[in-house]
Ligand binder design. Structure first.
Ligand code: G4P
Length: 524
């Protein structure tokens, strides 16, 4: 197969949802279709069960599982599909944000009874920022759900994206009959016992006289609903979907494997193959001959005897080959990998080559950071892998004076992995850790102790938000620095950050210093 053919058949995406909407279940059904797994239950939910927020074993278990299911590849309909898993627990949202930088499209799962929930809203903001194409799967139609038109309106207004149903449900809950596929113009009938192979699929169109026999007493209602769909929604336009402006919507029930095939069939036809990526220097076309890629995730090894890590690299162009020398741009060193790995469902195996859209696992002894670029010699830096302004902050202090070095190394490496962000106060040089979830503080403390043999102590600090600052007005910037000296810090890369202690302080600063730009992501 040529490089072009390999790239065109790749579909790299993530499934995102609010916890419990059915992400794990849908992932598993997709893998069953792809033959990547053969029994239901093979994909473990990687979410931390409710109420387990301070159970370290649970955290560790979760981290162990998420390595295995970080990337799941399978073949379907001539396509090579790569699903990138995202942590279900909202305290790991930053991990999810970063994973979204490595995908070409996204499927959002929504619980039909609950509608759009908070976590979905936040994740959609990241997709919108990156103009990632999204498809929506409204799940759990076997349960009583909200009205489909209300759900469509809710997705449109809450997720701020135009929608276009490509399937439409026929009732819900105990009287759920199935969905009418507007994309293929046929009917999929629901029988709740079809656990693994969805087959209740009949070639009956809307105007067929047989329709009534299948979906009575909802025939008239379906015809009216579909009239309304055609009247209200514009025809599906793939270009608008690819621009991230229009989301096709499907309805189904993942646990019953219902509506999943329709979603997958449509997905392989319309979802994008790898697209160009931006670097600070130029745009990289996936079809370029030379290999480029970047690291979007680093995972520590769970085995205490093997402290090495796995770095996940997304290939952006060219052909990646095992044993070949590549330039690690940040260090300027040439490196080769003798056992790069790929992931097929729960199995990890050494590969000889990989193509744009693929994710390769690289063995890392602690040299790599999130965002690191690999090339065949060109000095490039990929953009679009931002850090997000954290929401929770604490001072980190050394709990054992003998272990100062271990602590410093541990903090350094954990920050490279993207577990949290480090800020150093300009005023007193104290180190502040910022995270998106409270759980991270426990994870950091635990890992420092178990992996680096270092003890840390936390001390409270009142910070509402950290924002990166920049200005062309030097006089105003100097004035700001003088007045806000106590609230300034440097991030890990030496960039200036304003640590606003309250929302009021931030609003006042923005008002008084109009020429200063306050950024809530590290990339601007
Ligand atoms: P998540 O990864 O998005 O957090 O969700 P997950 O797939 O784990 O699903 C959450 C719960 O919803 C699970 O039940 C799952 O069985 C159920 N579920 C998923 N899809 C459907 C569906 O189409 N219909 C119905 N009725 N339920 C569905 P659980 O009781 O939390 O877990 P389990 O004991 O069943 O594994």
């Amino acid at each position: 197969m040529t490089l072009r053919e390999e790239i065109e058949r790749r579909r790299t995406f993530a499934i995102i949802s609010h916890p419990d909407a059915g992400k794990t279940t849908l992932t598993e059904k997709l893998l069953l279709f792809g033959g990547a797994i053969h029994v239901a239950g093979a994909v473990k939910s990687n979410k931390i069960k409710k109420g387990a927020t301070s159970d370290f074993m649970e955290i560790e278990r979760q981290r162990g599982i998420s390595v295995a299911t970080s990337v799941m590849g399978f073949e379907y309909g001539g396509c090579k599909i790569n699903i990138l898993d995202t942590p279900g627990h909202q305290d790991f949202a930053e991990d999810t944000y970063r994973t979204l930088t490595a995908v070409d499209s996204v499927i959002i799962v929504i619980d039909g009874a609950k509608g759009v929930e908070t976590q979905t809203r936040k994740l959609m903001e990241v997709c919108r920022m990156r103009k990632t194409p999204v498809m929506v799967f409204i799940n759990k139609l076997d349960r009583p759900c909200k009205d489909p038109f209300d759900l469509l309106d809710e997705v449109e207004s809450e997720l701020k994206i135009k929608v276009r149903p490509l399937a439409f449900p026929i009732s819900d809950g105990p009287t759920f009959k199935g969905v009418y596929n507007l994309y293929e113009n046929n009917l999929s009938l629901f029988t709740s016992d079809e656990r693994q192979t969805a087959s209740g699929h009949v070639e009956v169109t809307l105007n067929s006289p047989e329709l009534d026999g299948y979906i009575r007493p909802f025939t008239t209602r379906l015809r009216e609903d579909l009239d309304l769909v055609e009247g209200v929604y514009e025809p599906f336009e793939r270009e608008a979907y690819l621009r991230g402006e229009l989301a096709p919507v499907f309805f189904g029930s993942a646990i019953n494997n219902f509506g999943v095939r329709e979603l997958l069939e449509c997905f392989i036809r319309i979802a994008p193959s790898p697209r160009p990526s931006r670097t600070e220097q130029r745009e990289i076309d996936p079809y370029e001959e030379k290999m480029t890629g970047f690291i979007f995730k680093i995972h520590a090894n769970m085995d205490p005897n093997h402290r090495d890590r796995i770095a996940f690299m997304k290939i952006c162009s060219g052909r990646f080959e095992r044993g070949r020398n590549y330039l690690h741009v940040p260090s300027g060193k040439s490196m080769k990998f003798s056992s790069p790995t790929a992931f097929m469902a729960e199995k990890k195996s050494v590969i000889d080559e990989a193509f744009p859209g693929d994710i390769v696992g690289l063995h890392d002894t602690g040299n790599f950071k999130i965002g690191d670029t690999f090339t065949e010699g060109e000095k490039l830096k990929f953009t679009g892998i931002p850090s997000f302004s954290p929401e929770l902050f604490r001072y980190i202090e050394n709990g054992d004076p003998q272990k100062f070095k271990q602590l410093a190394k541990g903090i350094d490496q954990l920050m490279d992995e993207g577990v949290a962000q480090l800020f150093t106060s300009k005023m007193n040089g104290r180190k502040i850790i910022g995270t998106v979830g409270a759980l991270q503080f426990e994870v950091i403390q635990y890992r420092l102790e178990h992996e680096y043999n270092a003890i840390c102590k936390w001390e409270p600090i009142q910070i509402y938000k950290a924002c990166w600052i920049q200005s062309d007005n030097q006089a105003q910037l100097e004035d700001f620095r003088k007045r806000k000296y106590n609230s300034l810090a440097l991030d890990k890369h030496g960039r200036e950050v304003f640590l606003a202690d309250t929302s009021y302080a931030l609003a006042m600063a923005q008002e008084k210093f109009p020429d200063i730009r306050f950024y809530f992501t590290s990339e601007f």
